[in-house]
Design a protein around this ligand. Sequence first.
Ligand code: PLP
Length: 415
Amino acid sequence: MQDHVQDHVRDHVRDRAVSRRSERIRAAAPFRMLFDFLNTSGYQERRHEPGVCDLTFGDPHELQMPAYVDALREAAVPQDELWFAYKQSELTAQQAAATALRRVVPLDWTADDVRMTTGGFGAITVGMKAVADPGDEVVYTLPPWFLYEGIALEAGLVPVKVPARQPSFDLDLEAIAAAITPRTRIVVVNTPNNPSGRVYPPATLTALSSLLEQASARHGRRIWLISDEPYNRIVFEGVDFHSPAEFYPWTMLCYSYGKTLLAPGQRVGYLAIPPGLAEADELMEAVGTLQIAGGWLFPNAVMQYAVPRLEELSIDVPALQRKRDRLVDALREIGYRVNVPEGTFYLWPESPVPDDVSFVDDLARRGVLVMPGTLFETPGWFRICLTATAETIEAAIPRLREAYVHATAGQAVRS
Ligand code: PLP
């Protein structure tokens, strides 16, 4: 376009370039902070600097296991002319997912109860939209996975946040009950929990179930539970995982293969609803409709073909547990307060000073990258990710000690 024409357009078109929806999401605090952390904080450059210990995201730090690569390679070889045709949920993937899920969550899952999605992320997105309309409220616990808010806002829903009990980070059931209103349509539960590492026991899930039953009856409207459980196979020795789906039938179980296989860039997961649910047909039809209308939100064909083989694989959970034990012991010996995570690949220690952001900045100057609790709307804490190598974790320990000593010099340790 000629310059004078462009100037003319600029003078006369004063409307905003982007939608209010995108601006609303971008402006929401957790989203904005995450976006800035990822794109403008210098993190992308620093994580590759020699000697820097990157303990931020659940990303891989070593080459992927060969069996995973073989599974994808095999799945990429076409066996018929429709191999790369449009795909919704592939039956072989649904069957493999249902069979494996029976071992983790003891219900009689079949392929029919499962819909393949673009990771757990995609499952949560379509799950929320399948049951909730704009203006409906979605309740979740702080500290949350930092994208619940973005997903809820994008769907026009209203996030309602309930802090967990500190310092145990148990669910606060009384507070959840108090947060429920006639507009509540969804409660999200994440177990094993990112970032706290808590695995909620059956007693808590039973109480939550009766609370939701009573509230649904009181308001004459079903409250759905989204059970966000991508870490349900990353559970440490002596811990018994239970899914909310065992206790409350109106549960959408959202799973991602990105955690168990530490390959979050390869998008595949599923949404499953407990067998025998009366609303099943209606709900699954809604899920399929939203997957199509949302922009064909099905996992790629190759990822779906690979699922039966991927279900046989896992990251080395005992090795992860050794890293957890080493770091928990070291942090406690230094003086940090930290719970022992029961699952996931995160530690959630208390910041030695209330200002977690400045503490995390100081750690970054010392070459250790972690995430401040403020990013999880829970100041005073920080998150360490254990997917780094054992050597990286070892190298981080003296710097975690220096930062602790620096932060607490001349002041009383937090009581
Ligand atoms: N839920 C929780 C609690 C998570 O930690 C994550 C990823 O970090 C997700 C959902 C989304 O997982 P994915 O990106 O593999 O779909």
